[in-house]
Each structure stands twice: as structure tokens, then as C-alpha cells.
Design a protein around this ligand. Structure first.
Ligand SMILES: Nc1ncnc2c1ncn2[C@@H]1O[C@H](COP(=O)(O)OP(=O)(O)OP(=O)(O)O)[C@@H](O)[C@H]1O
Ligand SMILES: [Mg+2]
Length: 351
């Protein structure tokens, strides 16, 4: 190919350049096949998503290499090229094919206890004899490293056929991966959408998960890129919505729930969990104080037409154990643990 090293780096020129990259499998170029999305250009870097219909490692590698080579030939050898492979919205993507069920823990609102539920449910499922993994997909505020006392831990990464493979950390009977293992605390805040979803794909797609009954995904709050990517690229068995007992929470919960229910995503809602449903003092475990009133969980479940699968009390030890890195569900005597065991039972009954 001729050397156009001085060609100006614009979106249009990038598109023209990528027309030289042919997918032999489909005998056309990757632009006209609609395989390129989210092109972003900065001073000396290009990033884009490469949409693949199959998780064929060899084809992916050939296309990524060809596209990188072509772009560097045209725009200069030191061009930084970042290509994120994205599986087409084919439900039942063959990656993670030894994982029986992916379960997303979601909410429309921050701070309602998603991460607490994700970590403790994972531990409760493992205690029930299941093989369990946990992905901390909260790119903007990962909390699994703290909750599992793994703040300084770095998972082992090796390469296989040009693809990085990440070995999840095993702790408390759960295989864990968090974006927090790979970034410093201030880093994730500046991440752009495609980078964030790329990171999610790496944790899920490049993690060496092996055989799992359940892979629990702790989502960031709201309905953003991460939720969309997760829903569109992976086959999610069900979503659990976490809420707190306040009227104002209902609108947020409904928003999150309706996102999962849309035709494009079609993720079944497994159930609602009412967290901090009532307050129980440490020294009076039989007491229940309904600080915010009662019946919210039931009301949310009814309005969303999905079952209420658990009520978790507000107990000081939940927060303390999370901060300390040993989630409450490890303490078999805690009433909170019993609540999580019940939720685990509901999940197992469903799948
Ligand atoms: N049942 C509970 N009793 C006492 N404290 C709780 C309970 N559930 C959660 N917490 C505490 O509330 C805080 C928020 O919980 P958590 O981080 O799990 O929420 P989150 O929904 O994941 O938040 P974010 O939206 O920031 O990801 C934490 O400090 C946690 O320890
Ligand atoms: Mg969280």
C-alpha cells in the first residue's frame, strides 16, 4: 500500500482507510459490513469498536492486526490504535460458555447497597455449594477490592494467541475480578464511554472463569453505557434490582427496571431486594425498627410485577464488615446472613 503518512487524521479519512480492511469470512470490507462503531479520534490516537458476529479468536486477531497495520501505514507508524472487539447483540454469545448464568445486580440509584448485595449474595451462593464468580463492573467506583480485602492485589495476566487472559482472584469461595485491580482510584473518573465498556468486556470476556453456576455482576448505579453493553453483548439470565424503602426510590427503581424490560434488551427481572428495610440494633437482634415505614418492598414488587426476593435489615455490622474486607455473609450467626441465604435460595430455585 502506498505510504500516505501525512494524511490528515479525520473521521472521514479513517473510514476511507478502514475500507481497505477486508473480512475474508464475509468477503467485504469492515466499513461496508457495518463492523466499525464509536470511532473516536484524538491528537495521535484512534479508537473504535469492532463489531463481530462470532467470538472467533483467530478472525478477531487477523482483523485487529490488519486494521492497525492499515491505519499506521496511512496515518503514521507511531499512531496509537485501540480497537475494542464487541460481540454483536447475539444473545448467547459463545464466550463465557462454561458460565451457566450471569446475574446482574442493578438499581437506578447510587448507594442503595448493590455492591453489598452482590458480594454477600455471591458468598451465600458459594456456601450453598455453587460455583460462583463476581465481576465488579462499577468502572467509576469499584468497591469489590475493599469488600474482599484485595486492595493491593493484582491478578495474574498472561497472553494466549495474542489475547490477554486474566485469572480471577479466588477469595471466600468466590472468583473475583474488579476494574479496581487495574487502575488507581483517581483514574476511572476520566474514562470515556468506549473505554469503560471496553474494560467491562475485558473483565467478562478475558477472565478465565472456567465452570461457574453463577457469575454475579455488580453494576454502577443508573442506566448508562455499562448496563447497555452488558445487556446487548452478553446473555444475562436475570437482573436483581436493589432498592431502599423510600418513596423517592420508586421512580429510580422503575427507570432501571424498565430499561431491562425493553424489547432490545429483554433481560428478565429476577426480583427486587429491599435493603435497609428496617433497623436492628446489634444488642437487640429481635427488634425491628421501620425507620422509613413498611411495605415499600412489597409495593415496588407489585408495581414492577416481579417478586420481592429479600428484605435485608440495616445493621451496623454490614457496613463495618464491608469496610474491613470480610462481608457479613461470612458470619453464619448474623441475621443478615440468614436473609442472604434466603435470597440465594430464591436464585437457585429460579435457575
Ligand atoms: N443493610 C445494610 N446495613 C448497613 N449498612 C449498609 C447496608 N447495606 C449497605 N450498607 C452500607 O451502605 C453503603 C453503600 O452500600 P453499597 O456500596 O453496597 O451501595 P451501592 O449501591 O453499591 O453504591 P454505589 O451506587 O456507590 O455503587 C456502604 O457503606 C455499605 O456498607
Ligand atoms: Mg456499588
Amino acid at each position: 500500500m502506498a505510504n500516505f503518512t501525512n494524511m490528515e487524521l479525520t473521521k472521514l479519512n479513517v473510514i476511507e482507510a478502514l475500507r481497505n480492511v477486508i473480512s475474508f469470512h464475509d468477503s467485504d470490507n469492515i466499513i461496508d459490513l457495518g463492523m466499525v462503531g464509536n470511532i473516536e479520534i484524538q491528537e495521535n490516537s484512534i479508537s473504535f469498536d469492532l463489531v463481530l458476529s462470532k467470538n472467533n479468536e483467530k478472525a478477531r486477531e487477523i482483523l485487529i492486526n490488519a486494521a492497525t497495520k492499515t491505519l499506521r501505514e496511512i496515518f503514521g507508524n507511531n499512531l496509537d490504535v485501540q480497537i475494542t472487539p464487541v460481540l454483536e447483540a447475539s444473545k448467547g454469545a459463545p464466550s463465557l460458555n462454561e458460565v451457566k448464568h450471569i446475574i446482574a445486580i442493578a438499581s437506578g440509584k447510587g448507594g442503595v447497597g448493590k455492591s453489598t448485595v452482590a458480594a454477600n449474595l455471591a458468598i451465600a451462593l458459594s456456601r450453598a455449594g455453587k460455583k460462583v464468580g463476581l465481576v465488579d463492573a462499577d468502572i467509576y467506583g469499584p468497591s469489590v477490592p475493599t469488600m474482599f480485602d484485595l486492595v493491593e492485589t493484582k491478578p495474574e495476566v498472561f497472553e494466549q494467541g495474542g489475547k490477554p487472559i486474566i485469572i480471577p482472584i479466588e477469595k471466600y469461595g468466590v472468583k473475583v475480578l474488579s476494574i479496581g485491580f487495574f487502575v488507581t482510584p483517581e483514574q476511572p473518573l476520566i474514562w470515556r464511554g468506549p473505554m469503560a465498556t471496553g474494560a467491562l468486556n475485558q473483565l467478562l470476556g478475558d477472565g478465565l472463569w472456567g465452570k461457574l453456576d453463577y457469575l454475579i455482576v455488580d453494576l454502577p448505579p443508573g442506566t448508562g453505557d455499562i448496563q447497555l453493553t452488558l445487556a446487548q453483548v452478553y446473555k444475562i439470565s436475570g437482573a436483581v434490582i436493589v432498592t431502599t424503602p423510600q418513596k423517592v426510590a420508586l421512580a429510580d427503581v422503575k427507570r432501571a427496571a424498565s430499561m431491562f424490560k425493553t424489547k432490545e434488551l429483554e433481560i428478565p427481572l429476577l426480583g427486587v431486594i429491599e435493603n435497609m428495610a428496617y433497623f436492628t440494633p446489634e444488642d437487640m437482634p429481635e427488634k425491628k425498627y421501620y425507620i422509613f415505614g413498611t411495605g415499600y418492598g412489597e409495593q415496588f414488587a407489585k408495581e414492577l410485577s416481579i417478586p420481592l426476593i429479600g428484605k435485608i435489615p440495616m445493621v451496623e455490622a454490614v457496613a463495618a464488615s464491608g469496610d474491613k474486607g470480610s462481608p457479613i455473609a461470612l458470619d453464619e450467626k448474623s441475621p443478615v446472613t440468614q436473609a442472604f441465604d434466603k435470597i440465594a435460595e430464591a436464585v437457585i430455585k429460579k435457575f
